[in-house]
Design a protein around this ligand. Structure first.
Ligand code: ADP
Ligand code: MG
Length: 809
């Protein structure tokens, strides 16, 4: 750890001096002194690293007489210095020789070898193989990729005298006593050892006495590893890992950083280590990913086989903390491997869009101009910019593939609708697809209002519409007189044919993947343009992976005069105070939402709660204001009636389940009460909150939470809501709290689950991998150069199916 923080301190002034193309360099003074001082006063842990010493010396040399050097010379030296620091970061393993890459014939042979069942290994018979198989480890390759979950520092034997309770340690000593002892009602086997600095007793509560007595004979040398505890002021260690110095494979288990593997039922840690070593020696060097040498050198990456070896057998001078936090050079190489191939696939995919024939729309549109004139507001600059980007894409003769991002309430819908109008005015149809019926209905209501203003024919297609209506819609779409269709997956059923589909708008909610996006596009003869929208912002890590093949437009500005929504948390018994605030808003002529959670598992109960609450609020709390109820189980006509009454201000308080999450737009509503706020996810809370604060008036979001433990995730979510209104920040926090899988609602998303990379921890690696992958595709657009042949093969094996890469092969 000392080493990492030393590197950070070293890097800081260097990065400062090189930032923005060295623009600050002329003003920076004392670099020479600072760097030399840092190196001279490095902590002993750093100075003791024999591999690092020559690099540090070279680094120091670069800064001698630095101040007197010419500006060009300074720049050159700074660049060299950064390269040396990168060497230091890459770690000692990077300095080792790598074996050369095999040719194709040899590689094929190696792959067959790696695919062999575990039983090919010495010491693995059918019984042991079955145990590994229960963990999904069937082949030698599987075993090589079965990595430790932690590392234990057994590089040195600790003197017993210096041990403290709580230490994990490895000690070596001579057995003084050995035998079973009766402690109260328990029989315990105890072995006492001494190393000259003190004594330590090891204890077993479960044991076969004859075995232990046989192994632990007084006078014998023994090595124990485990956690040190204090019992009756004597040092002890319970059920230690035991080694005898004379064992033939002793070097596997002590005097090194020892890997701790996930447990495999019925296989001891020592056996796992032994078998993995067996596999590594013969098969480890056969693993290759063919990431080009120049990329590896530039990014200071170990080869895959070196990384695998290092994970199982770290070097003695490796950084233990880095190993244990997944930040070692070995972990880095693996994460890079995973992310690089994904980005390579995305880069290829993105390029393939440019090869398809698309529609070149006419950019000038009467409909658009008229609609804009009729709008009661002016577009924000960010909206204009986003629409301009979309319009430009649409006029090009290649298909658009663009992501439209922006915070709740920034006005994405208007921008998407403008794109739709442009397509309609060009004589094309538009399909708008949402992941759920409720969302589709809401988009429909929303778009219909605008479509009404523009005189455009719009229809809703979901699977729950009666067959007769569906047939009419199919006909309207096939004949072309329905211009805009809003719907769910129902839009990609085989009965659906569009006369002239020109634009596809997808509201993702993180739930569709690349494949579903492709399915809708295939409904058209000429590839339509595609615009993907997300309801709330998504973190950048995800826009670079999940949406990494799309161009991005960001609306980073709210309409003028919007104020941040004031957010407060109330406990259940403080609910009255929240109602008081609601009353104050109602008195100003404003309106209110009261939102109830609705989850599938407890749907009936939740609906009941919302319904009862509506009655209660009407009768007991707000008898003087009309209260309405809205939930997903109501018939569409009922829902519409309630919604329009609320919009018209005839209903003042709308009690609703989360159906109002998206798309509802009533600017006079200035206060929202969210019941059981602790049950909602962060993005969902933010999305809900976005229903208020839609005008120049001050707005409130009142979160009522029950039994939230301090420090719990729910508490963290509520705190974030109170701290910020910034959807981009909230999305980052949400991702941190839930992890990518949960954040995306994994299964439906078709999103790749990363095995090695951690999108939060490895964000920097992701950026590097993306840069390298995209620049590689720029240089060799279909990976046809001979030196990329193998790389391409591996890419297709891993990603062709999931990224629908087949057509570019
Ligand atoms: P989003 O879909 O991005 O959450 P909406 O498109 O629903 O946001 O827009 C939120 C509200 O802001 C709507 O009432 C919309 O009519 C209004 N609006 C959109 N753009 C502007 C603008 N430029 N100026 C004022 N109000 C706007
Ligand atoms: Mg186009």
């Amino acid at each position: 750890m000392a080493f990492r923080s030393f590197l950070e301190r070293l890097k800081k002034p260097l990065l400062l001096a090189t930032r923005d193309h060295f623009s600050r360099l002329p003003r920076i003074k004392g670099l020479e002194e600072a760097i030399c001082h840092l190196i001279d006063t490095a902590p002993p842990e750093v100075k003791g690293l024999s591999w690092a010493a020559p690099i540090l010396k070279e680094l120091k040399g670069l800064f001698e007489a630095f101040e007197k050097a010419s500006p060009a010379e300074k720049k050159a030296r700074l660049e060299q210095a950064l390269a040396l620091v990168a060497d230091l970061e890459a770690g000692p393993a990077f300095l080792e020789e790598e074996s050369p890459l095999p040719d194709e014939a040899k590689w094929r042979h190696m792959r067959l070898e790696l695919a062999r069942p575990l039983q090919y290994l010495k010491g693995v018979g059918p019984r042991l193989a079955a145990k590994f198989a229960s963990r999904g480890i069937n082949t030698i390759e599987d075993l090589l990729f079965f990595f430790p979950r932690a590392y234990e520092d057994r590089r040195q034997f600790a003197p017993i005298g210096s041990l403290r309770p709580g230490d994990r340690a490895t000690v070596r000593g001579e057995i003084l006593l050995s035998g079973a002892i009766q402690y109260r009602r328990r029989r315990v086997y105890e072995v006492v050892i001494s190393d000259g600095t003190g004594t330590l007793s090891a204890k077993w509560f479960h044991f076969r006495e004859a075995d232990l007595r046989h192994s632990f004979t007084p006078g014998r040398q023994v090595i124990f590893s485990g956690e040190i505890r204090l019992f009756a002021s004597r040092k002890e260690i319970i059920h230690p890992e035991v080694e005898f110095p004379e064992a033939s494979d002793i070097e596997l288990h002590v005097r090194r950083i020892v890997p701790v593997y996930p447990q495999i039922e019925g296989v001891s840690a020592k056996v796992i280590r032994r078998i993995i070593r067996e596999a590594l020696e013969k098969y480890g060097p056969m693993v290759h990913n063919f990431i080009p040498d120049d990329v590896r050198r530039r990014r200071r990456l170990l080869s895959l086989s070196r990384a695998i070896k290092g994970l199982h057998f770290p070097r003695e001078d490796d950084d233990l903390q880095a190993l244990n936090t997944g930040r070692s050079p070995y972990h880095r190489a693996l994460a890079f491997d995973e992310l690089f191939f994904l980005e390579l696939g995305l880069a290829l995919r993105k390029r393939s869009y440019g090869l398809e024939e698309g529609i070149a729309f006419q950019p000038e549109s009467q409909l658009v101009r008229h609609f804009l004139k009729g709008l009661p507001f002016r577009l924000t600059r960010a909206q204009e910019r986003a629409f301009e980007e979309i319009r430009q894409d649409m006029t090009r003769p290649v298909p658009m593939n663009r992501l439209l991002q922006g915070d709740v309430g920034c006005g994405k819908t208007v921008v998407a609708f403008l794109a739709a109008l442009l397509a309609v005015d060009n004589g094309y149809q538009v399909a708008i697809m949402a992941p759920t019926e409720i969302l589709a209905e809401q988009h429909y209501l929303n778009f219909r209002q605008m479509a009404g203003l523009a005189g455009v024919n719009i229809e809703l297609l979901t699977s729950s519409r009666p067959p007769k209506e569906k047939r009419a819609i199919y006909e309207g779409l096939a004949k072309g007189y329905i211009q805009v269709a809003v719907g769910t997956h129902a839009l990609i059923q085989k009965e659906v044919h569009f006369a002239r589909l020109g634009l596809v708008i997808i509201d993702e909610q993180h739930r569709f993947g690349v494949l579903q996006r492709a399915a809708l596009r295939e409904k058209a003869r000429i590839c339509p343009d595609t615009l993907v929208m997300t309801a709330t912002p998504i973190p950048r890590t995800l826009s670079l992976t999940l949406y990494g093949d799309l161009d991005v437009s960001i609306i980073d500005e709210l309409p003028a005069g919007r104020k941040p929504v004031i957010t407060k948390v109330f406990r259940g018994r403080e609910r009255r105070a929240a109602y008081e605030l609601v009353r104050q808003e109602l008195a100003k002529g404003h309106q209110a939402y009261v939102v109830y959670p609705l989850v599938e598992e407890s749907e009936k109960m939740d609906l009941l709660a919302a319904t009862e609450s509506a009655h209660y609020l009407q009768k007991e709390i707000f008898p003087d204001y009309p209260v309405g109820l809205l939930h997903g189980k109501m018939r569409p006509a009922e829902k519409e009636a309630v919604m329009s009454a609320f919009k018209a201000g005839e209903i003042k308080i709308l009690v609703a389940t989360t159906v109002i999450e998206v798309g509802i737009d009533v600017p006079q509503a200035t206060v929202m009460v969210i019941e059981h706020a602790e049950r909602f996810g962060l993005s969902q809370l933010h999305q809900l909150r976005g229903r208020v604060g839609r005008s120049h008036r001050a707005s409130y979001c009142l979160l009522i939470a029950y039994r939230v433990a301090r420090g719990s995730e729910a508490a963290r979510r509520l705190a974030v809501m109170c701290q910020t209104n910034d959807g981009f920040r909230i999305a980052e926090e949400d991702l941190k709290i839930r992890g990518p899988g949960e954040f995306l609602g994994t299964k439906q998303s078709g999103f790749p689950e990363f095995k090695r990379a951690d999108l939060i921890r490895d964000y920097k690696i992701l950026l590097e991998a993306r840069q390298e992958a995209f620049s590689l595709i720029e240089r060799d657009p279909d990976l046809s150069r001979p030196e990329h042949k193998m790389l391409k093969r591996i890419l297709y094996e891993r990603w062709a199916e999931r990224l629908a890469l087949a057509e570019v092969a």
